[in-house]
Design a protein around this ligand. Sequence first.
Ligand code: DOR
Ligand code: ZN
Length: 347
Amino acid sequence: MSNKESLTIRRPDDWHIHLRDGAMLEAALPYTARQFGRAIVMPNLAPPVTGSQAAAAYRERIYAALPDGLKFEPLMTAYLTDKSDANDLAQGFKHGVFTAAKLYPAGATTNSDSGVTDIANIHGVLEKMEEIGMPLLVHGEVTDPDIDIFDREHVFIHRVMEPTLNRFQGLKVVFEHITTAAAVDFVRTQGPRVGATITVHHLMINRSDIFRGGIRPHMYCLPVAKREQHRLALREAATSGEAHFFLGTDTAPHTVSDKESACGCAGIFSAPAALELYAQVFDEERALDQFEAFASLNGPAFYGLEPNGETVTLKREDWVVPESVTVADGSAVKPFMAGETLSWRLV
Ligand code: DOR
Ligand code: ZN
């Protein structure tokens, strides 16, 4: 660890979040908006945000839920289906409603049932996106039940990612929440049109942690955490400063009762301490000098946006992640690393 006592960087952005809707949106949003200037908002609501009108309305609900005095810009995404309307996506992109479109292979994760059943079904849409420069954000896991859950990302690279990039040579693609050394290596073979987000939980836990002393549902997410060698590869990539890799928490709140269940939901709610946890990882890797590139510069550069103008400061100071966050409907959400003492604090 470095002996730096404080760290000031451009205000970061979160390039992958789940904000939900209604009472959960109101509970979750302040944590993200406190830290990040902008965030890419995932469209997997029920029903999913497939069209530009629905996205504009969702964006209004997000602004309405934003606490006074916080400046935050939600960047909206379209949920791709077998029947996505390329013209509506293009219009939404042109008018600044959509920043990108998200590919969920049908059945891959939470609220992905309306996702794409075969990439060939959206070739027309991808052609349009390539033409207009609209990024494709990919949940990179195959859904074939014969493929072991720990291999789904690796297999996706060869079955879907590689052929799609070859077919659409100008398409901008973000390989979301990468979890394997294979994905790190693959992204590095690509040019600047391919980026990857890395979550803080995949930098901090491996698959054994999910079962340490008993089953720990709050460490379960998709893609599921992999072996230690993969966690180490992700840490090396994130802290390398390379332009491909940028911050995306994939913070995904579910109520405690939905997580602590016979069939618990996938998703880790990291928003309450996200930036501080990433800072801790960079500190442990003696790479605080690369933190701003990962958190605040590489993402905007990929999306063709300016970095945020303001700065944020983190101080070396102990604090404890809250045990629980209360939602107005009476439910509760447990944050990632709840009850743990962290060594960096956002001022
Ligand atoms: O763990 C996850 N939770 N992975 C996803 O892809 C979706 C997310 C959610 O929406 O809960
Ligand atoms: Zn996600």
